[in-house]
Design a protein around this ligand. Structure first.
Ligand code: PLP
Length: 399
């Protein structure tokens, strides 16, 4: 019998999409469903972005473009990251891809050989594990439960890096927890990283413009500029500009890594489409009022979610300070029943909640934390309060 490659046996479809599909099905069946499942920003970019795309279409060159990204896009990205204090990078330090997911995949492929150590914290964004498994890396998970606010401690990082992984992947603000590391926390972790020069560091910081409470965005390179030789910063238009379907992601880091990503692009995709590139330049260089307003809106929604969850006795929920997720530890519900349906774990919890109340959340096991569920709260504002009310009722009805 003809065989597929071994790596395909290790590749899995996204667990998040499975619950989203189920919610879609119930909606199609006429059920009143409120979705807190997929991590989409749920807004569209400004008119200037569409105008730039239309203009590019009118002037279409019909040609292949640069493997790295057009000069205009690289320059717009360099100016964009200077605004968050990442300066001193040139075109040779940056590269683009079809979304941050593609850029991260390319970087991992460029840095990791089979069996190489790959360390990251749990809870993690699902694709980290999926990518690591496809590449057959030696995965080192660093558990960060709710009891430690889902944050990695310097001592944990020290113990992990002492094992000399090839790559340490860090995510700040974090999906699924919404946690954001303070300046002091980043500085303490950067001090540990400085001790271990044989490890590359990927900082997936695509939510860096969605930080609340005046906490600010901080990076290892801010704390220790000498780390720029091995820290690779990841960014994306998806969440900040309401453009997940446009598929534009970026990296900034050492020239050798940007060159490797460019080479991977030349073999996988050749270039980002011209119309998408023009829209991306407009998003990065044009008015920033939409992202700023959305950040304020998400902070207010975060407060609304936290206020609702505080009504549930025994629920543990560290307060997120960025992105648009809340990640409560719902294990207080395990072993109880809802309308006779027993809830033994996070998957059964989400299934029962969807069935009984029509609210879709993602089981925490999709992110390596089976005691929790992820609430993505970017739904239209009028749906948020009723959706939260249904969750509170669901808890109150447990026996
Ligand atoms: C932490 C994190 N990194 C990367 C991505 C991928 O972003 P993109 O749409 O640019 O591929 C996501 C998307 O959900 C994410 O949450």
């Amino acid at each position: 019998m003809l065989q597929l490659a071994r790596r395909i046996g290790r590749a899995k479809p996204s667990a998040i999409m499975l619950i989203a599909e189920k919610a879609k099905q119930l909606k199609a069946d006429g059920r009143d469903i409120i979705s807190f499942s997929i991590g989409v920003p749920n807004f569209l970019p400004g008119d200037h972005v569409y105008a730039a795309a239309r203009d590019a279409l009118a002037k279409d060159s019909g040609q292949y473009g640069s493997n790295r990204g057009s000069d205009a896009l690289l320059d717009a990205f360099l100016a964009h990251i200077r605004e968050v204090g990442l300066d001193g990078y040139a075109r040779a330090n940056v590269a683009t891809g079809i979304g941050a997911k593609h850029v991260i995949y390319n970087i991992c492929e460029a840095l990791l050989d089979e069996g190489d150590g790959f360390a990251f914290a749990t809870p993690y964004w699902t694709s980290y594990l999926d990518i690591a498994e496809i590449l057959d890396a030696d995965i080192q998970l660093l558990p960060c439960p709710a009891a430690q606010d889902y944050k990695l401690t310097p001592a944990q990082l020290d113990a992990a890096l002492a094992k000399k992984p090839r790559v340490f992947l860090f995510n700040n603000p974090c999906n699924p927890t919404g946690m954001v590391y303070s300046r002091d926390e980043i500085s303490a972790l950067a001090d540990v990283i400085a001790k271990y020069p044989e490890t590359w560091v990927i900082t997936d910081d695509i939510y860096n413009r969605m930080v609340f409470d005046g906490l600010g965005y901080h990076n290892f390179v801010h704390a220790r500029p000498e780390l720029r030789d091995r820290v690779i910063f990841i960014d994306s238009l998806s969440k900040t500009y309401g453009m997940p379907g446009w598929r534009v992601g970026f990296m900034a880091g050492p020239e050798v890594v940007a060159k490797a990503v460019t080479t991977m692009n030349s073999n996988h995709i050749t270039n980002l489409p011209e119309v998408v590139t023009a829209a991306a330049v407009a998003a990065l260089s044009g008015p920033q009022d939409i992202p700023v307003a959305k950040c304020a809106e998400f902070q207010a929604k975060r407060d609304q979610v936290m206020a609702a969850l505080s009504q549930v006795p025994g629920l543990v929920c560290p307060k997120p300070q960025g992105a648009f997720y809340v990640f409560p530890d719902v294990s207080v519900a395990f072993g109880k029943s809802h309308n006779g349906v027993r809830i033994g774990n996070d998957v059964e919890f989400c299934a029962a909640l969807l069935e009984a109340k029509g609210v879709a959340c993602v089981p925490g096991s999709a992110f390596g934390e089976p005691r929790a569920i992820r609430i993505s709260y970017t739904c239209p504002t009028p749906q948020l309060a009723p959706g939260l009310q249904r969750i509170v009722e669901f808890f109150a009805e447990l026996k």
